[in-house]
Design a protein around this ligand. Structure first.
Ligand code: GRG
Length: 288
């Protein structure tokens, strides 16, 4: 099976799992359940959830064991997108080809939907009955993870000089932390040893940074139609990006190097890592 086929298959399973888990939009107050479903089911590649499942399978676990954890990770990701799009953050109108949640339901409901998704995500991950998973996720999204990265991102807007160190600081926290945690949580669920967990984390950190570099590149070279979101917003907001720090071509080279290095770590494992490597390649081949 190719990585793209694997991604498509896991996306269906994650969507089915979340559809079953989330409350129907007939439950009161209906608007919050409608808003949550609007965002969760507006598309999305389910890349982080798929990485989690793939890591779990790589170390001998099953898709069913990984699904609550993968679903929880995907809810955190959706939460981050909703809040990232808010007028007080990036102020975006389009996400996954549809109006952003605050455009469709109002800012108050968008904030609350994000808050609700946070609670739901931890509820899901707690179902795996392993406190270590909860700690990995909390670390990944806290002030030394996603929130810290977002704070640095917000503060970086309009700075005259952006160094590679600055942008790496932002991207490793804002994006790579959750991607790395997705793989680590999947690996743990699949029974990885401490040593294997370290490899999984290093692999995740590398492809996570590459993922955000490619996201920066796509914001310059792609279109609203293909990406389903407002392209060019990094430049409009004068954000710290890899292309701004080191240039577009050097950013493409950097993303490729990171993925190659990350795949090298996997070679130290005595497991079949073909799917994880395929998903790593997807990071640099993706056009959406
Ligand atoms: C959620 C704890 C928490 C905090 C919120 C707003 C914020 C703090 C953080 C923003 C983080 C963020 C949105 C980073 C960008 C990550 C990124 C590249 C998103 C796009 O991911 P894709 O391409 O999206 O996987 P799809 O639509 O496919 O799911």
């Amino acid at each position: 099976m190719t990585a793209l086929e694997y991604l498509a298959r896991q996306k269906d399973r994650v969507n089915g799992f979340l559809d079953n888990y989330l409350l129907p939009d007939t439950v009161k107050p209906e608007i919050i359940h409608k808003a949550i479903r609007y965002s969760v089911f507006s598309g999305g590649k389910r890349f982080r959830a798929t990485l989690c499942i793939a890591a779990c399978e790589t170390f001998g676990g099953s898709v069913d064991e990984a699904l609550p954890v993968a679903g929880g990770i995907e809810l955190i990701h959706t939460y981050s997108l909703i809040h990232d799009d808010l007028p007080c953050m990036d102020d975006d109108d389009l996400r996954r080809g549809k109006p952003t949640l605050h455009k469709a339901y109002g800012e108050n409901i968008a904030v609350l939907a994000g808050d609700a998704l946070n609670a739901l995500a931890f509820d899901l991950v707690s179902r795996a009955d392993d406190c270590r998973l909860i700690r990995i996720l909390a670390d990944a999204i806290g002030t030394e993870g996603m929130i810290g990265g977002q704070v640095a991102d917000v503060m970086s807007c309009g700075l005259d000089e952006i160094t590679e160190d600055t942008v790496r600081f932002i991207h490793t926290r804002k994006t790579a932390a959750l991607i790395s945690a997705s793989i680590a949580m999947g690996a743990l669920t699949g029974g990885a040893t401490e040593e294997e967990m370290n490899v999984a984390r290093r692999f995740g950190a590398g492809i996570g940074l590459a993922f955000q570099i490619v996201d920066d590149i796509l914001d310059i070279v792609s279109s609203d139609e293909v990406l389903g979101k407002d392209v060019g917003s990094d430049e409009d907001m004068d954000k710290a990006t890899y292309p701004k720090a080191i240039g577009l071509d050097a950013s493409k080279v950097k993303a490729r190097e990171l993925v190659a290095e990350a795949c090298g770590y996997l070679d130290t494992l005595e497991h079949d890592t073909a799917i994880l490597k395929g998903l790593a390649e997807f990071v640099i081949e993706r056009v959406y």
